[in-house]
Ligand binder design. Structure first.
Ligand code: NAD
Length: 392
C-alpha cells in the first residue's frame, strides 16, 4: 500500500517553466507534485506572456516577486536566494526543452522535463553529461507509467507468465485532429510547426508514450531494425505527420508494430499495448488503466484489477496502490506516483545516497534519450522511402 507517511526533512523547493493558465499539462504537474507534500511550489516562469504569468502565479498562491517574466531571470534570481529553487519542471512547447533543461542543469538544478526531452540524441547526450557531472537528476514525464498495472505487466513478463515474448502490438491513435483544428487552437498549432515541435508531430507527441510502456514492461528488449511510414492527412501539416505506422524487429527475435495517429476519427485515445508470448498474452488500455487483460492459450480470458491480493507485490506495484481495490485510480495518481519517485531520487542525490538513487525506478534521462532516439530513427526511415534501417 502507498506510504502516506513518507516525508522529506523539508519539501523540495520547486519551480515551473511553462504550464501556465490554460495550458494542457500544467495543472497535472502541480497536482502530482503537491499531492504528497514532497514538493513546494515557490517560483515560476509559467507563461510566454509575463503579465499573465504574474497574474496566474499570484492567483495560485505564489509571491509576486517570484513570478518571473522569463526563465532566465528565474534561474538568475533564484540562485541568489538562500531559499532558492532546487528543482524545476519544464512544461513548455518542445522547442524550449533543450535550452531550458541545459540552463537549469548548469545552474545546479534538478530537472523534470516534458517529453519529447529535446530534438536530437546529441542534445539528450549533452543533458545527460551535464547532469552526471553536476550530480543532478533528470526526470521525464512519461505520465502513464505510474500506473500499478504497468508494473504488474512488467513483473508477469519477467516471471515468464507469458512465455517467450513474440509480438508487441502498440497504438496511441486518437481522432481529435481529424480536421484542421489548429486554425483555432494555439496548443495544437505549435505541435504541427516543425520549429516548435521538432522533427515529428504524433511520433514524438504520443508515439513515445506507447513505446515507453513497452520499455518499462520489457527493459531487456531492444529495437534492432525499424521501418516507419508517416503521412500528413491534413496536408498543411506536412512535413510533420498526423499518422504513422512503425514496424520493429527486436533483439530477442520478437517483432512489434506501433500505430500512432491524431486522425483516427471517432477514437478518444486508443493507447494500447498488447504483449504476446508463447504461452499467453496481456493487454493494457489507458482508457481503462486499472485493468489488465490476461489471456492464457486454451483458457478463459481473465481481467486482472488493480489493488487485489493476487497481483505481484514488488515495490513499484505495492507503493503505487493508493486506495483499496474497487475504487478507480487515474492519471492524477499515476503522475503522483512518478513525482513521488522523482522526489525520493532528488532527495537521495542531494544527500549523496547513491544506492537509493540507483534503486529508485522513475522515467529518467535514459527514458528521455531513448524517446528521442526512436524519433530520429523513425524520421530516417520514413524520409528514406520507408526503408528498413538499423537502429542507431
Ligand atoms: P500548451 O500550448 O497548452 O501550453 C504551453 C504553456 O507553456 C503555456 O502556458 C505557455 O504560455 C507556456 N510557454 C510557452 N513558451 C514559454 C516560454 N518560453 N517560457 C515560459 N512559458 C512558456 O502546451 P501543452 O499541451 O501543455 O504542452 C507542453 C509540453 O507538455 C509539451 O512538450 C508537450 O509535448 C507536453 N505534454 C505532455 C503530456 C504528457 O502526458 N506527459 C501531455 C500533454 C503535453
Amino acid at each position: 500500500m502507498f506510504n502516506e507517511e513518507l516525508r522529506l526533512e523539508k519539501p523540495l523547493r520547486w519551480g515551473m517553466i511553462g504550464g501556465g493558465r490554460g495550458s494542457q499539462i500544467g495543472y497535472i504537474h502541480r497536482s502530482a507534485a503537491l499531492r504528497d507534500g514532497l514538493f513546494t511550489l515557490v517560483a515560476g516562469a509559467f507563461d510566454i506572456d509575463p503579465e499573465r504569468c504574474e497574474d496566474f502565479g499570484t492567483h495560485i498562491g505564489l509571491d509576486k516577486a517570484r513570478c518571473y517574466p522569463d526563465y532566465k531571470m528565474m534561474l538568475e534570481e533564484e540562485a541568489k536566494r538562500h531559499d532558492g529553487i532546487q528543482v524545476v519542471s519544464i512544461a513548455t512547447p518542445n522547442k524550449f526543452h533543450y535550452e531550458m533543461a541545459k540552463a537549469a542543469l548548469e545552474a545546479g538544478l534538478h530537472v523534470i522535463c516534458e517529453k519529447p526531452l529535446c530534438f536530437t540524441v546529441a542534445e539528450a547526450e549533452t543533458l545527460k553529461t551535464i547532469a552526471e557531472k553536476n550530480k543532478l537528476i533528470i526526470g521525464v514525464t512519461y505520465g502513464y507509467t505510474g500506473y500499478q498495472m504497468i508494473h504488474q505487466a512488467r513483473k508477469m513478463i519477467e516471471n515468464g507468465d507469458l512465455g517467450d515474448i513474440r509480438i508487441i502490438n502498440m497504438s496511441f491513435a486518437h481522432g481529435w485532429h481529424s480536421e484542421e483544428v489548429e486554425k483555432n487552437d494555439p496548443g495544437l498549432k505549435w505541435r504541427v510547426t516543425p520549429e516548435q515541435s521538432g522533427p515529428t508531430y504524433v511520433l514524438g507527441d504520443i508515439g513515445t508514450h506507447a513505446l515507453y510502456l513497452a520499455e518499462v514492461m520489457m527493459p531487456e528488449l531492444k529495437i534492432e531494425q525499424l521501418m516507419c511510414s508517416r503521412q500528413s492527412f491534413i496536408a498543411s501539416r506536412a512535413p510533420l505527420e498526423d499518422n504513422a505506422v512503425v514496424l520493429m524487429n527486436f533483439n530477442n527475435g520478437a517483432v512489434g508494430n506501433l500505430w500512432v495517429s491524431a486522425v483516427n476519427a471517432g477514437a478518444i485515445h486508443e493507447q494500447r499495448i498488447r504483449v504476446v508470448g508463447s504461452k499467453a498474452s496481456i493487454e493494457w488500455w489507458d482508457e481503462h488503466p486499472n485493468q489488465l487483460v490476461y489471456e492464457v492459450q486454451g483458457k478463459p480470458k481473465q481481467l486482472l484489477d488493480r489493488g487485489h491480493g493476487y497481483l505481484y507485490h514488488d515495490d513499484m506495484a505495492v507503493t503505487c496502490d493508493r486506495i483499496g481495490c474497487g475504487h478507480a485510480e487515474g492519471l492524477f495518481e499515476s503522475w503522483a506516483n512518478l513525482y513521488q519517485r522523482y522526489a525520493i531520487a532528488i532527495d537521495a542525490m542531494i544527500g549523496g545516497d547513491k544506492e537509493t538513487v540507483e534503486n529508485t525506478w522513475f522515467p529518467d534521462i535514459h527514458a528521455g534519450l531513448e524517446g528521442v532516439r526512436f524519433i530520429e530513427n523513425c524520421v530516417r526511415s520514413a524520409d528514406n522511402g520507408s526503408a528498413w534501417v538499423d537502429y542507431k
